[in-house]
Design a protein around this ligand. Structure first.
Ligand SMILES: Cc1cc2nc3c(=O)[nH]c(=O)nc-3n(C[C@H](O)[C@H](O)[C@H](O)COP(=O)(O)OP(=O)(O)OC[C@H]3O[C@@H](n4cnc5c(N)ncnc54)[C@H](O)[C@@H]3O)c2cc1C
Length: 383
């Protein structure tokens, strides 16, 4: 997306000094700016396009506990304590969004269980094991073996693991609310500057450089997720852009009682407050093609989503929107918070939210600000 000369600053300038410049105005950057302002800092947010133009306004709107992989797998792959911590973070993330941004008052907010569905005996076993471990670790959950909504009637899953206290929301609503709350709470401390692409840092790391201005600062927090490697080629290189494609449709008589997560998170489908169905995924069908920062939809993948909608809904439907967005996948699936030692200055990265930035972004940003302000390390190792 290009930006006209007219929407940029008229001539090169040096802006007044901020304590911290946050780069990227998605969920993570907006939440980080709030945390920094709470500490009394003067904050400038620089956004290449406009607020939420990255994944934050293009996602499926699941505010779901945990990561893409099930708890049993996460406990094996990441260690039980790490799995427990990240699952806790996702619960704290939802609590933070409710408390700080009052998201329960938004028309698009739905208190909705999410349902992780197993279609094969192998997956069913993983979910049963996950339920045992989750319960032992103090997380409320249960298994479901029958149901009478559209998905249960048509797909007949083996079993589903239910997170009863999850929610769903229109992500654009969420991002706008985060922006408005931030600017209302800290009108004198926070500046949000859109249509300004950061191109790099001064040699000593005491300023952020854009084409039209230089932004002096003491610290920098890079919240550019899928684009992390553009500004931090070493630290950011482990974060890989992955496109997610989606569609929204209307189908008479379709009813989904939960937000569904299928095939180990490969497909996801939910119903919004106005009855529309939101469906995304099938990325693993064309994995290489989808490893891109492009947000263009493709015919092949959209066709696969249409087919999947037909299978789940088994009724006529009308597609009302098709779109795509780019996620930043970290190697472990855990968010990355780390100081960028590749560059002088106090420059930190908070990115790699993988497919779960709605569920983790605000809590992760809170931790990133603690790390940046105190020089401490993230509880999650950078792999
Ligand atoms: C199709 C899809 C479905 C998803 N579904 C869900 C879901 O249901 N639940 C969930 O929890 N997560 C979901 N996700 C993941 C979630 O959307 C992301 O993890 C989250 O939005 C990441 O937020 P962020 O602020 O870190 O990054 P982003 O929202 O991507 O923001 C990064 C920002 O940085 C800006 N930027 C980049 N480079 C520069 C630069 N040089 N200068 C200035 N600005 C720059 C970009 O323009 C962008 O606005 C989904 C993602 C996709 C794509």
């Amino acid at each position: 997306m290009s930006v006209s000369h007219w929407k940029r600053s008229p001539k090169p300038t040096t802006e007044s000094k901020s304590d911290t410049v946050v780069i990227g105005a998605g969920i993570t950057g907006l939440a980080a700016a709030y945390e920094l302002a709470l500490l009394g800092q003067r904050v400038t947010i620089l956004e290449r396009h406009t607020v939420g133009s990255g994944a934050s306004s293009r996602n499926a709107g699941f505010l779901m506990r945990g990561l893409a992989e099930c708890y049993a797998h996460a406990a094996k792959d990441l260690g039980r304590d790490t799995a427990k911590l990240v699952w806790r973070w996702s619960e704290e993330n939802l609590a933070l969004l409710k408390e700080r941004y009052n998201i329960e008052s938004l028309a698009s907010y739905q208190a909705r269980p999410s349902s992780i569905v197993a279609m094969s005996p192998g997956e069913a076993e993983e979910l049963r094991e996950s339920a045992v471990l989750l319960t032992a670790d103090g997380f409320d959950c249960h298994l479901q073996t029958t149901g009478d909504d559209t998905l249960w009637r048509n797909l007949k899953p083996e079993v589903a693991l239910i997170n009863p206290h999850d929610a769903a929301i229109n992500p654009w609503d969420l991002v706008c609310t985060m922006r408005d709350t931030l600017l209302r709470a800290f009108p004198d401390r926070v500046s949000l500057i859109e249509n300004t692409e950061v191109t790099g840092f001064s040699d000593s790391g005491d300023a952020v450089l854009a084409a039209t201005a230089t932004y002096p600062c003491q610290s920098v927090l890079v919240c550019t997720n899928a684009w992390a490697s553009e500004l931090l080629p070493d630290l950011g290189s482990s974060i890989k852009p992955n496109r997610g494609q989606m569609l929204a449709l209307r189908a008479d008589n379709a009813r989904l009682d939960a937000s569904y997560y299928l095939n180990r998170g490969s497909e996801y489908i939910r119903q919004t407050a106005d009855g529309s169905i939101i469906l995304g995924g099938m990325r693993t069908l064309r994995e290489t093609e989808e490893q891109t920062a492009s947000d263009a939809t493709t015919e092949a993948l959209q066709h696969a989503l249409d087919e999947y909608a037909r299978k789940v809904l088994q009724t006529d439907f009308k597609v009302i929107a098709r779109w795509a967005g780019t996620m930043g996948f970290s190697p472990s699936g855990l968010p990355i918070i780390a100081k960028a030692n590749e560059h002088p200055g106090n420059i930190w990265l908070c990115a790699g939210l993988t497919g779960h930035g709605m569920s983790l972004g605000a809590r992760t940003a809170q931790q990133a600000v603690r790390c940046l302000a105190t020089g401490t390390e993230s509880p999650f190792a950078v792999i």
